[in-house]
Design a protein around this ligand. Structure first.
Ligand SMILES: [Zn+2]
Length: 233
């Protein structure tokens, strides 16, 4: 059973796979129902569904699914989620929506291993219902364009309490927080660095990344250190 971790009022982090904090998705409770942010990999939806039920939500009433970007560990669970939540609206930035809906090829990662992995992995193709851009509101969060990891990557910031969901704009895949998670996974590493600096110009207190533990104390300092260490050129 994937026990959801409350990271802020009405916001819960769910482990999308068995290894804790390796791939996280968010469940957000709003006035108009529940929003799922990213879907993990194939197999994750069973865990997400259980988590939602444990929080008192009804899976079939899931209101929307927000996708930060098209990588397989974020969209892999999408077909299965739509299976149990057929009414959920799928939301993403325009570039990511085109890829997720099969109108455009996936972005090329900068590292050869990731390029190969991307080719071997079959991304699911699912229609996207709503395209969002910088500044739009999704479930109480403001959309931040943070391209670089992928070209249409977005992060979410809830200004009300400074809760930032970076997606893969930052990530602690191994141990330390890095810009873009891993350089090799990024499509445009220097652009990922500029997006990291853009994020640092925002006000936030709590950081949740897809990969790595949530940061409750010293969040700004931790991200700043990662940006300062970042040598992507
Ligand atoms: Zn990614």
């Amino acid at each position: 059973m994937a026990r959801p971790e409350r990271v802020a009022p009405g916001v819960y982090r769910v482990d999308a796979v068995g290894l804790s904090n390796s791939i996280s998705v968010l469940l957000v409770e709003g006035d108009d129902g529940w929003t799922l942010v990213d879907t993990g990999v194939g197999g994750s939806p069973r865990r997400i569904r259980e988590a939602l039920i444990s929080l008192g939500g009804r899976p079939e009433d899931l209101k929307r699914v927000y996708l930060t970007h098209h990588h397989i560990d974020h969209v892999g669970g999408l077909p299965e989620v739509r299976g149990w939540a057929p009414g959920a609206e799928v939301v993403a930035s325009e570039h990511e929506a085109m890829i997720v809906s099969g109108e455009r090829n996936p972005d090329r990662s900068s590292g050869a291993v990731f390029r190969l992995a991307n080719r071997l992995m079959n991304l699911p193709t699912v229609p996207v219902d709503r395209v969002v851009d910088e500044g739009e509101n999704v479930a109480g969060f403001r959309v931040l364009r943070t391209p670089g990891h992928t070209l249409g990557h977005t992060s979410l910031l809830r200004d009300e309490d400074g809760l930032l969901f970076t997606g893969d704009a930052f990530g602690a895949m191994v141990s330390r927080v890095k810009v873009g998670g891993l350089k090799a996974a990024c499509t445009d590493p220097p652009l990922a660095k500029r997006s990291a600096e853009k994020i640092l110009a925002e006000d936030f207190d709590t950081v949740v990344m897809t990969h790595g533990k949530p940061i409750h104390a010293g969040a700004r300092r931790r991200l700043k250190e990662a940006a300062d260490r970042c040598d992507y050129v």
